[in-house]
Design a protein around this ligand. Structure first.
Ligand code: NDP
Ligand SMILES: O=C1O[C@H](COP(=O)(O)O)[C@@H](O)[C@H](O)[C@H]1O
Length: 502
């Protein structure tokens, strides 16, 4: 790991400094960057919320949160004190313009201590409905100037439809330049997701085969064990399609399927991703039920413990039609992928946490081994485990040992974690890049808009009725969940999938 002390001071204002994301991801990421010597020499963090807290109580709360959520475990008192003395709380309402002059005083006080103007970073870790108001107030109060050193970070979901995302982008770009806006998709900060591009484009092995001639289908799965974890009211308005597919899974799909960028540089990569998103065939609204399946978890058992169904979660309406599982079958209309089904699925309250990409190569049953192929032999498959496992497994057919011509399947395994001693959390990578002014791993406006365009027909179809919403038992294995009937393939475990949704 390269350690660099940044020389320009920074004030980081976290709108939503008392929220779930701040406690579980943002503060741990900032603390670990501090431990790793990757924060600026001078910095201050100002957490903002309505909760009544003194600085000391805020620090104490974050110490307790860090102890639970940080990859570095319980902070040592010495290291914590070095960090905590740069941590402040500002109680205020983000909707009231008056509170922004108080915030300005806090920022300026920090800058007086630094002896110079700092980079001012505004992290909007608040519900999407606040984003327009907060950015407007930051601008009106003159907290940020038009130069690149002041930045605004926007959490997902970015908008709630394509139209609202376009409007939000227009509003943001009327106050800030594109270089100042960092739209987060934390999956892009994951090492294993970034490695998809290295695997594809730094190896002569895969790229010549990475097309419809050799690949039969691609599965992208993000399975979660957790439920909505107290975020019921947020999830009610989102659902798995907007919460996961519109952003994380479409970004993974873009990296798996995009054309090669000329060089590994932000704009080149983003251009190729946008082209890919544009090439995804839009599912006609009247065909959505054939290509998309949705479900909601009922009660069940996970790790031997009973868990409640989605409808019993706090903040969820009794007549909710929100989906916690979705599976879609996409096609990509370009020469590379003609006719290859891409199958994306994600769900909460499944048997285990497991995210992967499976690239299923075509069957070689017609080759010279045709008489002995079959039985235990399976087509080649590249399995890219993204989390929590972080390995890449290439399934091969090899000679059976002994005096015969038989075949057996074998696996070549590369364990991404084994040689990777420094393994930052996604938010560490993203915050560090943002502090350095590097937008490569952030979403450009046109990427966000295209991703919405891909899912809009599904939202439109779902707005017409919900009798296709199925209920599954919490704790079920993802393979046992129903998939769109358009997704047909002969390959191994998919054939054993059965309908378990009741
Ligand atoms: N939590 C997660 O795992 C993830 C969250 N996100 C996104 O991050 C953002 C934040 O989510 P999350 O932390 O879960 O949300 P929470 O509901 O946990 O937190 C909301 C925060 O906003 C503050 N807030 C709400 N209203 C006001 C107001 N009027 N004035 C001042 N502060 C206010 C709350 O402060 P207080 O309660 O003190 O008033 C609290 O700090 C959302 O956009 C979400 O979609 C994205 C990915 C994952
Ligand atoms: O953005 C989100 O992601 C998490 C899953 O993130 P992971 O890094 O743990 O895979 C998901 O639980 C949450 O609902 C969603 O908003």
């Amino acid at each position: 790991m390269e350690k660099r002390k940044r020389t320009v001071p920074a004030v980081i204002v976290i709108f939503g400094g008392t929220g779930d994301l701040a406690k579980r991801k943002l503060i741990p990421a900032l603390y670990n960057l501090y431990l790793d010597g990757r924060m600026p020499q001078n910095f201050q963090i100002i957490g903002l919320g309505r909760t009544d807290l003194e600085n000391s109580a805020y620090r104490e709360k974050l110490f307790n949160d860090l102890s639970v959520f940080s990859r570095s475990g319980v902070p040592s008192l010495e290291e914590w004190e070095g960090f905590a003395c740069r941590l402040y709380y500002f109680r205020s309402s983000i909707e009231s313009f008056d509170s922004y002059s108080g915030l300005e005083e806090k920022i300026e006080a920090a800058e007086i201590g630094f002896g110079e103007r700092s980079d001012r970073i505004f992290y909007l870790s608040v519900a999407p409905r606040f984003i327009a108001k907060v950015t407007e107030n930051i601008k009106l109060a003159g907290l940020a100037d038009g130069l690149d050193h002041d930045r605004i970070i926007i959490e997902k979901p970015f908008g709630h439809t394509k139209t609202s995302a376009v409007e939000l982008n227009e509003l943001l770009t009327s106050s800030f330049s594109e270089k100042q806006i960092y739209r987060i998709d934390h999956y892009l900060g994951k090492e294993t997701v970034q490695n998809i591009l290295s695997l594809r484009f730094a190896n002569a092995l895969f790229e010549p085969l990475w097309n419809a001639e050799y690949i039969e289908s691609v599965d992208i799965t993000v399975a979660e064990k957790i439920g909505v974890e107290g975020r019921g009211s947020y999830f009610e308005a989102a659902g798995a399609l907007k919460d996961m597919i519109q952003n994380h899974l479409l970004q993974i799909l873009s990296m798996v399927a995009m054309e090669s960028p000329d060089i590994i540089e932000a704009e080149h990569i983003r251009d190729r991703k946008v082209e890919l998103l544009k090439a995804i065939r839009r599912i006609p609204v009247e065909e959505v039920r054939e290509f998309v399946v949705r479900g909601r978890y009922g009660s069940g058992t996970i790790d031997g413990k009973d868990v409640v169904g989605y409808l019993e979660e706090d903040g969820v309406h009794q007549d909710s039609i929100t989906e916690t599982y979705v599976a879609l079958n996409f096609f990509i209309d370009n020469p590379r992928w003609a006719g290859v089904p891409f199958f994306l699925r994600t769900g909460k309250r499944l048997l285990e946490k497991s995210s992967s990409v499976k690239v299923n190569f075509r069957n070689q049953a017609e080759g010279p081994f045709r008489d002995i192929y079959g039985g235990d032999q399976l087509p080649n498959r590249l399995l890219i485990n993204l989390q929590p496992g972080t390995d890449i497994r290439l399934r091969l057919n090899a000679k059976k040992p002994g005096v015969n011509t038989g075949l057996r399947t074998a696996e070549m395994i590369f364990d991404f974690g084994a040689d990777n001693q420094y393994s930052p959390e996604a938010y560490e990578t993203l915050i560090s890049d943002m502090l350095a002014g590097d937008p490569s791993l952030f979403m450009r406006a046109d990427q966000v808009n295209e991703a919405w365009d891909v899912i809009m027909p599904v939202l439109d179809a779902w707005s017409q009725g919900s009798d296709d919403l199925l209920v599954y038992t919490a704790g079920i294995a993802p393979e046992e969940l129903i998939i769109p009937h358009t997704y047909r393939t002969d390959i191994d475990e998919l054939t054993s999938r059965c309908l378990q949704i009741t």
